[in-house]
Design a protein around this ligand. Structure first.
Ligand SMILES: [Zn+2]
Length: 208
């Protein structure tokens, strides 16, 4: 983030006054909000949802922050988009509040989603046309970097490669990506034989 801010101010000195210092908070210091975490867990029992949505919502609750902007984009690996759009205000780009008792509302009421109708490739095109693709290429996405570089196997790296941004991943990351894909293919074959799959999982657990 520091690199992006430095380059932004260097390339566009006129925005210097709009760039504020970064405030650092630790995830473990964010206090619980049982209602949010219970709803988060309920959602994750149906679909994949990153851990960050639980602590981000709790952070906003305790800091009294409303409508923080999240970069959830169209397409990709975001299974949550469909559920968000089912109770969405197309004008304000946030939840419409018509289901205040829903799990989705409990977790996502604190956010706005300005990119939810824009794919990563469309963002790249916009950045290129407006001359800030070099800044976009400095953004970070990997959850588990290896020696300071994207790993290629975490969900975010997988999404980055699938969305046509493979050039952001080093060749070692592409090797890990291929290994993960191969392992998932094998798992999918075994899942067609559930009893055998359960036996293998038990075997793996016992041998660890
Ligand atoms: Zn990664």
């Amino acid at each position: 983030m520091d690199i992006i801010k430095e380059k932004l101010v260097l390339d566009h000195p006129d925005v210097r006054d709009l760039v504020f210092p970064t405030l650092l908070f630790y995830i473990n210091d964010i206090q619980p909000v049982p209602e949010i975490t219970e709803s988060y867990k309920s959602i994750t029992s149906r679909i994949h949802l990153g851990l960050q949505f639980d602590w981000l919502a709790r952070f906003c609750f305790h800091q009294n922050i409303e409508k923080i902007e999240l970069g959830v984009e169209r397409g990709g690996t975001n299974e949550i988009n469909r559920e968000l759009l089912a109770q969405f205000n197309m004008e304000t780009l946030e939840l419409d509040g018509k289901k205040p008792d829903s799990d989705i509302y409990h977790v996502f009421r604190y956010f706005r989603f300005p990119l939810i109708f824009t794919t990563k490739l469309e963002m790249k095109k916009i950045a290129h046309e407006n001359g800030f693709l070099d800044l976009m290429n400095l953004t970070w996405f990997c959850h588990t970097p290896i020696k300071g570089r994207p790993c290629g196997r975490c969900n975010s790296c997988v999404g980055t490669i699938r969305d046509g941004f493979g050039y952001r991943i080093p060749w070692t990351g592409h090797v890990r990506y291929q290994r993960r894909m191969a392992s998932e293919k094998i798992k999918n074959i075994f899942r067609k034989f559930p009893r055998f799959y359960r036996f293998l999982k038990r075997f793996k657990r016992n041998s660890n």
